[in-house]
Design a protein around this ligand. Sequence first.
Ligand SMILES: *Cc1c(COP(=O)(O)O)cnc(C)c1O
Length: 377
Amino acid sequence: MSINSKIWLSSPHMGGGERKYVEEAFDTNWIAPLGPNVTGFEEDLKKYLNEDIYVAALSSGTAAIHLGLILLGVGPGDEVICQSLTFSATANPIVYLGATPVFVDSEKETWNMSPELLEVCIKDRIAKGKKPKVIIPVHLYGMPAKMDEIMEIAAKYSIPIFEDAAEALGSKLNGQMCGTFGIKACLSFNGNKIITTSGGGAMIAKHKSSSDKAVFLATQARDNAQHYQHSEIGYNYRMSNIVAGIGRGQMEVLDLHIKNRRSNFFYYKSKLDQIEEISFLEEPLGYYSNRWLTCILIKPNIEITRESVRIALANENIESRPLWKPMHLQPVFKDSPFYSDGTSEMLFEDGLCLPSGSNLTKSDLDRVIKVIRKVMS
Ligand SMILES: *Cc1c(COP(=O)(O)O)cnc(C)c1O
């Protein structure tokens, strides 16, 4: 490989029996949004996460959030509480349903939804006359949110939790898998996630009736009749059997991917932690992150900012990316209420995601480290 070959932020990494499952689908002509790979992938996920949950494989993580919110009864005029520091896909489905997102800021320990501000928000929305319908915390970059505290507050006000675990497959909090805390949750298998099916997602539910209903809605809501009859509005959100074949192969290497991504984090940290302006997102006691992306904070000074580091990397053909721009700063959500203490804005200003793929080599990582050390010196 040439010295200047592109280093990506997070690229697909095949390595299990993906081709075998996809070929099986061809050989048996299961080229449809159902089939043995779809059922098998759902079983694999269930086995991996927790035997007591149910999984519906869908066309995307966004579809999973959309269907999950429908099943939780979100409709026009409702309010849904959403972590502000996240990817827009967390918030968009709220708007699809004619509801309003209400954004809550992050805390500094996990970069996820602040339990304190969540409670401030709930009290204020109730005082203003409307109890929020659902709370959506996110496990950003693989770091679990403070679920114990968030669940306690949610229970106190009887508001269900939809957990966005799109970036956190394999992450754990006190031994419990992310995606199994909320009444419902989503996973994503998009191209740059920790495992990918090219595009895809899943809705996780605590009850079988709920995942059955998700599959029903995802396949055009056909009533049980020979003729095509519909009593509800349906969607075309089911995962295809080809895509699910890739997923089954990827499940065989998921733990290896997590191991590699975690060692990326530890390697970056060992080489960059000495630089005073750079800090890392640490795991609090009991937290286990899949380290989907390794992110650093760069304390700005007159010469160096997050942007100058990003540009220096880009000049060396290395892709890095600012943290997600918080939703409350997005033009499209400018009218949504927001409960803030400035944390997500600070994280956005100073935060940078480093190349984190499970297929990076030590010399790739060394190239990244060398550029950062050079800018910082
Ligand atoms: C990727 C992602 C999603 C959406 O998943 P898709 O499969 O791309 O639709 C939702 N939330 C977060 C936090 C994500 O990173």
